[in-house]
Design a protein around this ligand. Structure first.
Ligand code: RAM
Length: 911
């Protein structure tokens, strides 16, 4: 995990953090008009950009080669801009473009920063497109899994099949100046060139609905080529394509395909521009390797007795009995699309916290953290044929043994059969598990130094930090962050451990605001939204899961399907990239039209899919209340989207419809005294958060909400749809202290209860385990589900006070308004699209100190709690005299100031 990338602010205005389509130096851009963005830092208070200029240059003849100007924006006077959409001549395929941005600061000084991006396959743009064929192993040899050995029976019964090795020797014509590998698989692939692994991506090409789209990746392999013979090699395995995916155990074509296939093109460029292409085709040779099977849910088995060292390097003598000519399965390229997100990577390693001997050759490893990934085991002196089995689980039973009932049919078991080497390193390649504990069977002793937990997730750059004086709340923040890491694996999943791991839409939309503060997830969600839109039915109905999957009801439920509207909208507010709205608008409109068509009286009760309502709520909210609230919210956001992208007529139409739905909501579900049908926390939360009530009813609804929260303990009784709203809504209506009381609570249902019981990630259910009952029913009891962790957003925005002002987009207008509760300090920082934003406060000896960082070009309204507004100081001086600070007003107990960009330190007496 990389830390926040902030600039060391120099004296002047500095552009930094350059990105193309939200990624740093991406290879394989598939867009004709990518977004070029930069962030700003300055040590000077009040600094702001006045203009910028972006130049794009094509790079010819190798990566450090000649640069040919392609596009120049000229000087653009726009003090708000931190990005520009490429609008020059059509980009050429497979071309590197250098780009530079020059920003002029308030004092007229100009600073420049540079980066590059490289296009992928843009057919028609000086490129014939793809030429390689899909290949696989001889089908006659592929489904014959060798007789199962003891202990594997259950797994092989499922029909798991071996991973396939593929190789192709070639000799480049001359010394290459540049080489790129364009590669994808139906299944999972790992590429090697002359024995060296290509890239550091895991579980590539990632999960998409392969019936609609297969992502390819691009790797720079120039440095791995050598004189004479070279060997391009691959291993492919089932993955989501032909392995077990989702619940309701099924594989072998039930979802996508039946056996893994590879498609790759190595483009070697020589001085002078000549290019040679080595693509997958009938010349390739394939064989079954030592990976007897590899499956995302079941696990992986390596039989190292079958290892053939050197298979991926030149000079290898192929055993004619094992290696066969590749079978070509097709030449279709229509579904190939450029990857838009960061790959899954092995992001960090965990050392065991404890290794305990459970019995004869059985040990339990505790990594101290629930996570998604796998174990790497390094062992010495294992005789050939010795077997080591690793089982994975999130919890232990009362007897201290590994608890796996809640994994359902996911065997999550990896097997090593030793080949007799002095040292063996075993790490599965094509599976991952959700676990904290690993039970290792087959070793007399375990050296903790030889055991590592390898943490896998989509490598979204970490962008946020939160700390505070309450260790319980800090632990909660860490558990939420680990829930995000564990479940952002190619797509946002509900859980990483059991036979499910699906891209449930509601889980993703409720957690998104939290996710966006923890990490830069712009590219990750751009990728996933292609799946959300792609899964929409021709009638306009969004689904419950994306990628869409057989066995899961297609017709989206209220709050689930609505993610197709809510997710693009939220991404827009955080990242300010209007393209997400442009790309999504038609599908949003089709969705609203669908619901409207089937519910002309504006109470959403027809076509509700499997209606999960406020899923897993201790106090259930009536279905029509939940549904109609979401209908109003989605319609309103669709109207606002139309307005932003200039579809005025649509904006009017959906705006009017949203107003009607709100009115209907009140007429049908709200009494004159402000009671909402069902009288649950979530009913009031939805109505207040989505702005559904006429003004005069708001105080009544707030009062009732407060009463319900108090009567519950104070406690929270919402499920997935209400949980992220409770703290922000209480806070927005003057009850931050009640939100704090919920945070402090340690009995179920509460956020701290699981932590009291050793949780290191957020549980699926408030009562996943209780002292009285023990574990909840194993049929649905994940210990690593992020939905209930949606309170994480309020830790940044409320507790630390780091927020955007209402209506602000891309952190142009900050609102810093700490909610101390009973804490004595809190601090949040976040790497926004504009630059670093931060708010940190301490309360000591009656003095409240508030530090604020506002990036260049932005401004902030800062609320400083104080008993003496006249005595508030900034940087030691009375605020009225402080540079860049303007007093904006005072309420009882608070002084409000407006500040320009820069770093500020306010002190105020609070007693
Ligand atoms: C569960 C999933 C998910 C939820 C659906 C309704 O099986 O884990 O979290 O969105 O059901």
């Amino acid at each position: 995990m990389s830390g926040p990338q902030s600039a060391a602010a120099g004296p002047g205005l500095e552009p930094y953090g350059l990105r193309c389509d939200h990624r740093v130096e991406p290879l394989g851009i598939g867009e004709n008009a990518p977004l070029l963005s930069w962030r700003l830092a300055s040590a000077r208070r009040g600094d702001a950009p006045t203009s910028h200029r972006v130049r794009v240059l094509a790079v010819r003849g190798g990566d450090g080669g000649e640069e040919i100007p392609v596009w120049d924006t000229g000087r653009v006077t726009d003090p708000e801009a931190v990005s520009v959409r490429y609008a020059g001549p059509a980009l050429r395929s497979r071309t590197r473009y250098a780009w530079r941005v020059a920003v002029t600061g308030a004092d007229g000084s100009v600073r420049e920063a540079g980066s590059w991006f490289e296009t992928g396959v843009l057919p028609g743009a000086g490129d014939a497109g793809w030429t390689a064929s899909w290949i696989t192993h001889d089908p006659a040899d592929i489904d014959v899994v060798d007789a199962p050995e003891e202990g594997e029976l259950a797994l092989v019964d499922h029909g798991l099949q071996p991973a396939i090795r593929m190789r192709r020797p070639f000799t480049p014509g001359a010394a290459p100046v540049r080489a790129r590998l364009y590669v994808t698989a139906r299944g999972l692939y790992e590429m090697r060139l002359n024995g060296t692994r290509v890239g550091d991506g895991e579980l590539a090409p990632g999960w998409t609905d392969y019936r609609d789209r297969v992502d390819y990746q691009v790797h720079d392999v120039t440095a791995s080529l050598r004189d004479g013979e070279n060997v391009l090699a691959a291993t492919v395995a089932d993955g989501w394509w032909s392995g077990f995916t989702g619940f309701d155990p099924r594989r072998s074509g039930a979802h996508y395909g039946t056996f893994p296939q590879l498609l790759a093109e190595l483009h070697v460029e020589y001085a002078g521009g000549a290019t040679e292409v080595i693509g997958t085709g009938p010349e390739w040779r394939t064989a079954r390797g030592p990976i007897r099977y590899a499956d995302l849910l079941m696990g992986e088995c390596h039989d190292l007795r079958r290892e053939t060292p050197g298979w991926d390097r030149p000079g290898f003598g192929e055993d004619p009995g094992a290696w066969r000519a590749a079978a070509v399965t097709g030449d279709d390229h229509d579904l190939l699309t450029a990857s838009v997100a960061q790959p899954v990577r092995a992001v960090r390693e965990l050392a065991p916290r404890a290794v305990t001997r459970l019995g004869e050759r059985v040990h339990l490893v505790d990594f101290g953290q629930n996570f998604a990934g796998r174990v790497r085991l390094t062992v010495r002196g294992l005789p050939s044929g010795a077997r080591v089995t690793i089982r994975h689980g999130e919890a232990l039973d009362d007897g201290g043994a590994l608890y796996t009932d809640n994994l359902r049919t996911a065997a999550a078991t990896d097997v090593l059969i030793a080949g007799g080497a002095a040292e063996t390193v075993f790490e599965p390649r094509f599976t991952y598990h959700g676990f904290r504990y690993a039970e290792i069977t087959g070793l007399e002793e375990i050296d903790p130094a030889g055991v590592r937990g390898v943490v896998l997730h989509s490598d979204t750059p970490w962008a946020g930090e939160f700390t505070c004086s309450d260790p319980g709340v800090e632990r909660l923040h860490h558990a939420i962050a680990w829930g995000q890491r564990s479940n952002f694996v190619s797509v946002p999943t509900d859980c990483p451990q059991r036979d499910e791991r699906l891209g449930w839409l509601a889980d993703a939309q409720v957690f998104l605001p939290t996710a966006c503060l923890n990490a830069d997830v712009a590219a990750f969600f751009d990728g996933w939204l292609r799946e959300v839109r792609g899964a929409q039915s021709p009638a306009g109905c969004f689904t419950n899961v994306a990628p869409r999957l057989a066995g899961v009801a297609d017709e989206g439920a209220p709050g689930w399907a609505d993610a197709g509207v809510l997710v693009p909208w939220h991404l827009y507010t955080v990242y300010g990239d209007e393209r997400v709205l442009e790309r999504s608008f038609d599908s949003m409109a089709a969705w609203i039209d669908f619901v409207h068509r089937h519910n002309p009286d504006l109470v959403w009760r027809h076509r509700v899919g499997p209606h999960f309502a406020d899923w897993l709520a201790p106090a259930p909210t009536p279905r029509e209340v939940v549904a109609t609230a979401y209908f109003a919210r989605s319609t309103d956001l669709t109207a606002r989207t139309a307005e932003i992208i200039g579809r005025d007529e649509d904006a009017r139409r959906y705006g009017a419809l949203a107003a009607h739905i709100r009115k209907t909501f009140t007429e049908r579900f709200v009494t004159g005294g402000g009671r909402i049908e069902g009288d649950t926390q979530t009913a009031y939360l939805l109505a207040l958060a989505f702005d559904l009530l006429p003004e005069e009813l708001v105080p009544h609804a707030v009062e009732r909400l407060v009463t319900l929260v108090r009567e519950a303990g104070p406690g929270v009784t919402t499920g997935f749809l209400g949980v992220g709203l409770i703290a922000p809504v209480l806070d927005a209506h003057g009850h931050a202290d009640l939100a704090h009381a919920l945070l402090r609570r340690t009995d179920p249902p509460s956020w701290l209860y699981p932590l009291r019981h050793g949780a290191t990630t957020i549980w699926e259910r408030w009562d996943g385990y209780t002292e009285e009952r023990g574990f909840q029913a194993a049929a649905m009891n994940s210990f690593n589900h992020y939905a209930l962790g949606s309170v994480g957003e309020w830790l940044y925005r409320g507790v630390a006070g780091l927020d955007q002002a209402p209506g602000s987009v891309g952190y142009r207008e900050l609102l810093v308004r700490p909610r101390p509760g009973r804490l004595t300090s809190a601090r949040a920082s976040y790497e926004s699209v504009r630059g670093t934003v931060a708010a940190g406060w301490t309360l000591r000896d009656g003095v409240f100190t508030l530090e604020v960082t506002v990036p260049p070009g932005a401004s902030a309204t800062v609320h400083i709690p104080t008993a003496d507004p006249g005595g508030v100081r900034e940087g030691g001086r009375p605020v009225a005299e402080a540079d860049g600070v303007r007093i904006a007003g005072a309420e009882p107990g608070t002084l409000r100031c407006r500040v320009t960009s820069g770093e500020y330190r306010f002190t105020a007496d609070v007693q």
